[in-house]
Design a protein around this ligand. Structure first.
Ligand code: PBG
Length: 340
């Protein structure tokens, strides 16, 4: 700022001089986006040789583990950092206590083992939360009034995170928003010798309507019905509270923190990065992807340009990495050099 103030006024300073040619625009570009910044979410199905389209996420499919491994080979070859796994659990395996969440032979655990064997260089991250496994679709277990019980849920989350670590997960990512779960998971990981397993804390996860397509994709939306998650996820009106959440999670041992959703919360990403200067990720969520896809399908937006602009905005705000359903597509565009 002070530099700009000391400059001579127009016409000695013409801001457009540097913008006139591509080489000089590129020379002074402040932020970058490469495949190494991207994490690809994946929905995992039981069975073999199966895939299913997801209505509200055009271009994204639920995949059986064998097909996921095939897709992951391409993602890894294109330089994507990691995959984030979300199991699609059949109704008969859901329960009040979510026992399937820590089944060593469960879908997430099986997918982790298959991926780390076939594509060892690709990071594997698992979701620590109970919503795919509970009959009611909440992220934890509930009392008679329907309230999600914090400490009882945390005990199950710890067992779930340990089962992921045993399967070989590189990163466990609690997305449940229970208090104290990061510390509890860190202590349990250390006690069982998993000192290298990273924790990505969904620290600032908002009670957002932008998760709608995701809930359809994993099949928790129907169970949830009109209930919402505002007794544990954050109020979209708050940002000081996000700093408080991040401070707590870091103290408890989080290696990275996440802000979710992405574009509506650029200010939150920015404040967190400025305040803590720790690895900060953004989740460009299902509803954000769906909005872009819908407009693109109507011919109203240029897909390559709006996707690049959306993702570079997250980087500019302070995100080191981005979880996005566009990860595979953007990595391919970058390989083909068809990025704007
Ligand atoms: C649940 C979870 C959600 C998402 C990731 N993990 C949904 C929710 O909190 O209801 C949403 C991701 C997206 O919308 O892309 N633990």
């Amino acid at each position: 700022m002070s530099l700009d103030n000391s400059r001579a006024p127009f016409p000695a300073t013409r801001m457009r001089r540097m913008r006139r040619q591509r080489f000089s625009r590129d020379l002074v570009r402040e932020h970058s986006l490469t495949a190494s910044h991207l994490i690809m979410p994946a929905f995992v199905l039981e069975g073999r040789d199966r895939s299913e389209d997801i209505a509200a996420l055009p271009g994204i499919q639920r995949l059986s583990v064998d097909r996921l491994v095939d897709a992951a080979q391409t993602w890894a070859a294109d330089g994507i950092a990691a995959v984030a796994l979300f199991p699609v659990v059949p109704r008969e395996k859901k329960s009040a206590q979510a026992e399937e969440a820590f089944n060593a032979e469960g879908l997430a655990q099986t997918a982790v083992r298959a991926l780390k064997t076939a594509v060892p260089g690709l990071g594997v991250m698992t979701d620590v939360a109970l919503d795919p496994f509970t009959i009611h679709g909440q992220d934890g277990i509930i009392d008679e009034s329907g309230y999600v019980m914090n400490d009882e849920t945390t005990e199950i989350l710890v067992r779930q995170a340990l089962s992921h670590a045993h399967a070989g997960a590189d990163i466990v990512a609690p997305s449940d928003m229970m208090d104290g779960r990061v510390g509890a998971i860190r202590r349990a990981l250390e006690a069982e010798g998993f000192r290298h397993t990273q924790i990505l804390a969904y620290a600032a996860k908002y009670a957002s309507a932008f998760y709608g397509p995701f809930r359809d994709a994993v099949g928790s939306g129907e169970a949830l019905g009109q209930a919402d998650k505002s007794t544990y996820q954050m109020d979209p009106a708050n940002s000081n509270e996000a700093l408080h959440e991040v401070a707590m999670d870091l103290k408890e041992g989080a290696d990275m923190v996440m802000v979710k959703p992405g574009l509506p919360y650029l200010d939150v990403i920015h404040r967190i990065k400025e305040t803590f200067q720790v690895p900060t990720l953004a989740y460009h969520v299902s509803g954000e992807y769906a909005m872009l896809k819908a407009a693109v399908a109507n011919g109203w937006l240029d897909e390559r340009k709006v996707v690049w602009e959306s993702l570079i905005a997250l980087r500019r705000a302070g995100a080191d990495g981005i979880v996005t359903y566009y990860a595979a597509t953007v990595a391919r565009w970058l390989r083909e050099r068809t990025q704007p």
